[in-house]
Design a protein around this ligand. Structure first.
Ligand SMILES: Cc1cc2nc3c(=O)[nH]c(=O)nc-3n(C[C@H](O)[C@H](O)[C@H](O)COP(=O)(O)OP(=O)(O)OC[C@H]3O[C@@H](n4cnc5c(N)ncnc54)[C@H](O)[C@@H]3O)c2cc1C
Length: 361
């Protein structure tokens, strides 16, 4: 079987890369070892901002800005085609106890981003259920969130409608590489061939090329989250403190996340994780102690040693590309990363300079 492009990994990065490639009439095969959209992309919180956006390097903020500008039209297209609404919501992000408020303000001013310093009274008005011990906060009113599980569901339906072939429960263990050229892979005695093979396998991306003397420098970082079911909306903003956050969904669900743990590929949830996330949530919004914790889960974030996503061609093997390493920002950065890789593959003028994300060994 021969396709114009084969994508290995059906998380947010693989799904959106497929969406970009079919725009230029390519035939695309998307393969996943489980079902698409069930790993880190499902586990994420869906905040469409870096947690401290004023601290991230330019190479991250360039991708973030492009994605933020394009999320609205992406979601509209998905709703029109699939009738699945991923609930893109302008919640705003409230930052409590930040020590670098001045740095944040000067960043916001330079970037022309709305930022407010909230007084005790404003805080009490905007978030009346927040612990009264907090007297001030920083507020970024234009930050959006998205319900990532619904986004993933919509993307899969959309791609199937558009004729993308999706092969699930198919773990690719080896690539067919001859004379430094990647041809595709072999599965159940069939060869799947393509001119463009794209690794978008999240935290597992490095495993596929290890035997070919490529070291992708991607490793898993576990994140645990919990959710509370509340009968009414206790607050409407994302609340962030010391890199932990609460995310209110429109139906009264509140997510508390997330741990940052080096546990290899172990995705187990832990009692300590549950306790820490509950304690954090109840300390910020005491009313949550009356709400039931209904779910506890984890995901493996693809951490890139360089601190930046890897987007581009693998240097010593022809036809082989990678789109991975988005760590804590994959939902945010996915639209721009997918578009940038498509620009590289199709030899188009790229949306931004691809150099910072290039792969070096
Ligand atoms: C708890 C938590 C909270 C987060 N919150 C946010 C947030 O609020 N905002 C944000 O922007 N980001 C967030 N993130 C980060 C974000 O979720 C990730 O950066 C992003 O999901 C990575 O997407 P991906 O497609 O690269 O990986 P994944 O979603 O993990 O997808 C990789 C896919 O590849 C498949 N695969 C792996 N190996 C193979 C193989 N050999 N053959 C075939 N298929 C294979 C897997 O089955 C999987 O489906 C969070 C992450 C976690 C864990």
């Amino acid at each position: 079987m021969k396709y114009d492009s084969i994508i290995i990994g059906g998380g947010i990065i693989g799904l959106l890369t497929a969406k970009e490639l079919i725009k230029s009439e390519m035939s695309v095969l998307l393969v996943d070892s489980g079902t698409t959209g069930n790993e880190s992309s499902w586990a994420g919180g869906g905040i469409l901002s870096a947690l401290s956006p004023w601290k991230v390097p330019r190479a991250i903020s360039d991708l973030a800005q492009w994605s933020q500008n394009n999320y609205q039209s992406l979601v509209e297209e998905l709703i029109n085609s699939t009738q699945i609404n991923p609930e893109l919501t302008k919640s705003g992000m409230m930052i409590i106890g930040s020590h670098d408020m001045d740095q944040c303000f000067s960043w916001a001013e330079k970037q022309d981003i709305n930022t407010d310093r909230l007084s005790k009274n404003e805080l009490a008005r905007l978030a009346p259920n927040l612990n009264k011990k907090y007297h001030s906060a920083l507020f970024l009113p234009d930050i959006y969130q998205i319900r990532n599980p619904l986004l993933l569901e919509a993307l899969k339906v959309y791609l199937l409608q558009q004729g993308v072939s999706i092969l699930e429960q198919s773990c690719i263990e080896n690539l067919l590489i001859e004379n430094q050229r990647c041809l595709g892979f072999k599965l159940n005695n069939s060869n799947y061939l393509s001119d463009n093979i794209i690794i978008a396998s999240g935290a597992w991306s490095g495993n596929l090329v290890k035997s070919n003397r490529c070291n992708l420098k991607i490793s898993p970082v576990r994140g645990q989250m919990i959710s509370f079911k509340c009968n009414k909306n206790l607050f409407s903003q994302i609340i962030l403190k010391n890199e932990l956050y609460l995310i209110p969904r429109t139906d009264g669900l509140v997510l508390s996340g997330s741990t940052v743990e080096n546990a290899g590929f172990n995705k187990n949830i832990t009692e300590d994780g549950l306790k820490a996330l509950k304690k954090f949530a109840i300390e910020l919004v005491p009313e949550l102690s009356n709400c039931k914790t209904i779910r506890h889960w984890s995901g493996l974030r693809p951490f890139s040693e360089s601190g930046l996503p890897l987007i581009g061609k693998i240097p010593n093997i022809q036809n082989l590309y990678v789109n991975t390493g988005h760590y804590r920002n994959g939902i945010l950065l996915a639209p721009a990363s997918a578009r940038l890789l498509a620009d590289i593959i199709l030899n188009r003028l790229p949306i931004i300079d691809p150099a910072p994300y290039s792969i070096e060994f």
